[in-house]
Write a protein that binds this ligand. Structure first.
Ligand code: LLP
Length: 434
């Protein structure tokens, strides 16, 4: 295993005496045979370590962003680590409730929430609903009134900050479908209406500026804007916004040479800014909360594929085809995301052959990794391990070309367990009606 992939692979990754990649104390080439491929291998230890690092350096109040990856077993793990959960749809809410996750530790997001989902969340006793537009205030108020409860809410605001990331995953700028603009006055209006609405208890504000962010200054800038807003609300109405949720977005390494997240830096930046701005505006330090998804789960998973056709197009390139592709990882096609790869069964072979890893789908754009160095000996039936697929891999997967979705297994201390079973061909006609 190239040492340079240490930060990209799960924390338990090693190479064993047979020259094979091991994760969670298990030989990944054996896992590929036992469970089939494509296969998501989830290292529990990595997730737990990341959760603890985040708590230690940045903050204790974490709502794991379920959209990055969710299943009932993961909800249990999130609960065990003492984290909360950010759910952003009726489906994510359903999975979390099915797992028995405590509703009071969840926040419901969404720019177009269904009434049914609001009602279900309120009825379950969800901890927070993030108000994303003015009309939602009345809808949540009506739901709370119908159940005779008081629903805590936070208001998602757009701070007008641009994070340095792919424009598809920037969300803090004014021209965004999410949140209520501070600059344009909608956020102030939302605060006013939420305070007046029956059945609501306004506890704070929220901003999520984007995803896969490496330069942390935009977080400090956002916090400055949010605390100035907290102060403005206090001086206008005397109302105290107690909670400031900074969303998620912390970037992770995908390639050799990518820097790991610097949580010490992020933590001190956030703490210092919060202190400085609350002193400046003479408001109490708010409770700071966070919603990391990718940071917690991204490097915790590796996808295993079986190599099929190796086609050399003379003078152009060598295509190494695998048994998955854009159906289990749409990110290269959608965001031009880059990944690294290791031959799991030849982990110490020098990567000297430049190839392109191609998926099995009927699209020229279904190229998982353009120009990656793999061992000279790469051939049919080798097992290709692609690290850092935990976030937005399985969760954005599809049945394109009627490809069954892969299984997800969790590995720890030499044991493996299926947490999401592989779809069968029969599953592909499960919803069809004649
Ligand atoms: N909180 C809110 C309100 C969000 O919208 C998101 C992500 C998060 C937290 C978690 O962000 P994270 O820490 O995972 O970056 N599919 C894209 C990413 C979309 C992110 C959407 N919102 C990708 O594959 O890069």
């Amino acid at each position: 295993m190239p040492h340079t992939l240490k930060d990209v692979l799960p924390v338990t990754a090693t190479v064993n005496a047979k020259d094979r990649l091991e994760i969670g104390g298990l030989d990944t080439a054996d896992l590929a045979i036992e469970f089939g491929t494509p296969l998501f291998v989830f290292c529990e230890e990595t997730f737990r370590q990341r959760a603890r690092e985040f708590k230690k350096h940045v903050g204790e109040d974490i709502f794991y962003a379920a959209k990055a990856f969710i299943c009932t077993a993961l909800c249990n793990l999130v609960q065990e680590e003492g984290l909360g959960l950010d759910v952003a749809s009726g489906g994510e809410l359903h999975v979390a409730l099915q797992s028995g996750f405590p509703p009071e530790r969840m926040v419901l997001h969404g720019n177009n929430k269904e009434d049914a989902d609001i009602l279900r969340a309120v009825e379950a006793g969800i901890g927070r609903i993030a108000i994303d537009n003015l009309e939602e205030i009345d809808r949540v108020s009506a739901a709370a009134t119908s159940f005779g409860v008081t629903q805590p809410v936070i208001i998602r605001v757009t701070p007008g900050v641009e994070a340095h990331t792919h424009h598809y995953i920037q969300t803090g700028q004014e021209d965004s479908k999410f949140g209520l603009s501070i600059e344009g006055g909608l956020a102030t209006e939302a605060v006013k209406r939420s305070i007046e609405a029956t059945g609501l208890r306004l506890v704070g504000i929220h901003a999520h500026i984007g995803s896969n962010i490496f330069s942390y200054d935009p977080y400090a800038k956002t916090l400055e804007i949010l605390l100035a807003f907290v102060a403005a609300v206090r001086s206008d109405s005397g109302f105290e916004l107690e909670e400031v949720n900074l969303g998620g977005g912390i970037g992770i390494p995908y390639l050799a040479g990518d820097y790991p997240a610097n949580l010490e830096l992020l933590g001190s930046l956030v703490r210092e800014t919060a202190k400085k701005e609350s002193d400046l505006h003479d408001v109490p330090l708010p409770r700071l909360t966070f919603e990391p998804g990718r940071f917690l789960i991204g490097n915790a998973m590796v996808t295993l594929y079986t190599v099929g056709v190796v086609k050399e197009v003379p003078g152009i390139r060598t295509f190494v085809s695998i048994d998955g592709g854009m159906s289990d990882n749409i990110r290269p096609a959608l965001y031009e995301a880059r990944y690294s790869a290791v031959l799991a069964n030849k982990a110490r072979h020098e990567p000297t052959r430049l190839v392109t890893v191609a998926g099995m789908h009927c699209e020229s754009g279904d190229l998982l990794i353009r120009d990656v160095a793999l061992p000279e000996s790469i051939e049919r039936d080798d097992i290709l391990a692609v690290p850092a697929t935990g976030a937005y891999g399985y969760s954005m997967s599809s049945n394109y070309n009627k490809q069954p979705r892969p299984a997800v297994i969790v590995v720890r201390d030499g044991n493996a367990r299926v947490i999401v079973r592989r779809e069968s061909f029969d599953d592909l006609v499960r919803l069809d009606q004649q």
